[in-house]
Ligand binder design. Structure first.
Ligand code: MG
Length: 342
């Protein structure tokens, strides 16, 4: 079934860690949150790796270089090498190197991860618009980024220098709440200049290309918590995806998802890597999965049956996605989702 026509989650008779050679795992909301490992992540990833699955970590966060991310993962109990980490800084650096002469100067508005990635591609980071940069690279700079950096970008862009952004996530989760992300910083420069950046990060193709080039994955499975970055990125790359409910997406949002935001599979957490997935099948005027049947009756999403709540959610997705076709399901899923306790 092509991705564009997905009207229900797919089944898999084999465990996902055997059906796919490489897991392309998002980090925040999937492996960790606010510095702590997410429940079941450490042991599930260990078991998947022991079973022969290659694990790679794919993040839109351009602040930290892969060495720092790999160290953090290893400390959490998820052993990782720098080569297992792919960042949007690496994706934007490759995008820029494809368009700029070797050794070109690049004005950096961002953190160490961006500088390391640019040097790796033979580009030379500079700090001022007066350093005659050939391009501007903007990535998340963390809480210490000062307003003057945005001014520097604006000066260079006003002189006609091309502008690149690692990613445009508007927000970034922190231990104290939701903070402005690189997308918010990009908006500041956009408003000041009227210019448009070229963007590399999820869900755009440069990030997926970077990931496949670095991992050599032949049958990758994207694993993420966000519909508009992880799942849409997999859709754009034409590869399968697993949504886990440990991050920002809740069950009602999944039920309402438009086609490009519909994952191949859904599970509660990373234990889903180690199991197959039950089929969602046509059942009467609706869709069944496990002990549940979901249908649209009189403009309502109706869920009947019992059993594994994830099966109930899969059945609901079948009913809602089929009903919505190429759009987003506007029916209220609240009652059905509440019945599942999700
Ligand atoms: Mg995430």
């Amino acid at each position: 079934m092509s991705q564009a026509s997905r009207t229900r989650p797919s089944g898999s008779s084999t465990a996902l860690n055997e059906a796919y050679d490489t897991a392309l795992l998002d980090l925040d909301g999937v492996v960790y949150a606010g510095g702590h490992a997410i429940v079941h992540a450490v042991e599930s990833l260990g078991e998947a790796r022991d079973g022969g699955m290659h694990l790679a970590y794919v993040t839109n966060n351009a602040l930290r270089p892969p060495t720092a991310v790999a160290e953090h993962l290893t400390e959490l109990g998820v052993p990782a090498e720098p080569a297992d980490v792919i960042t949007s800084a690496q994706a934007v650096a490759r995008l820029m190197a494809d368009q700029l002469p070797a050794g070109a100067r690049v004005l950096v508005v961002g953190g160490e991860g961006l500088r390391v990635a640019l040097r790796e591609r033979g580009l030379v980071p500079v700090e001022s618009a007066d350093d005659e940069p050939a391009a501007v690279a903007q990535g998340y700079g963390g809480p210490d980024m000062t307003w003057g950096r945005f001014a520097e970008a604006a000066y260079a862009i006003a002189r006609g220098v091309p502008w690149f952004a690692s990613n445009t996530d508007l927000t970034i989760p922190s231990a104290r709440g939701i903070a402005p992300g690189n997308g918010a910083a990009v908006e500041v420069v956009r408003i000041a200049t009227g210019a448009e950046p070229q963007v590399a990060g999820k869900p755009l193709p440069p990030m997926h290309r970077e990931t496949v080039l670095r991992t050599g994955a032949e049958r990758p499975l994207v694993v993420g918590d966000r519909l508009d970055t992880d799942i849409e990125g997999a859709f754009n790359g034409g590869v399968d995806s697993l949504l886990v409910l440990t991050g920002v997406t809740d069950a009602a949002q999944l039920v309402a998802a438009e086609p490009k935001h519909r994952p191949t599979y859904v599970d509660a957490d990373l234990r889903g890597l180690l199991t197959g997935q039950p089929e969602v099948v046509r059942a009467g005027d609706g869709f069944g999965c496990g002990g549940w049947t979901a249908s649209v009756r009189g403009g309502d999403l109706v869920l009947e049956g019992d059993g594994d709540v994830l099966d109930g959610l899969r059945a609901l997705c079948g009913a809602a996605w089929s009903y919505a076709g190429d759009g987003s399901c506007r029916l209220d899923a609240g009652k059905a989702v509440a019945r599942l306790g999700l």
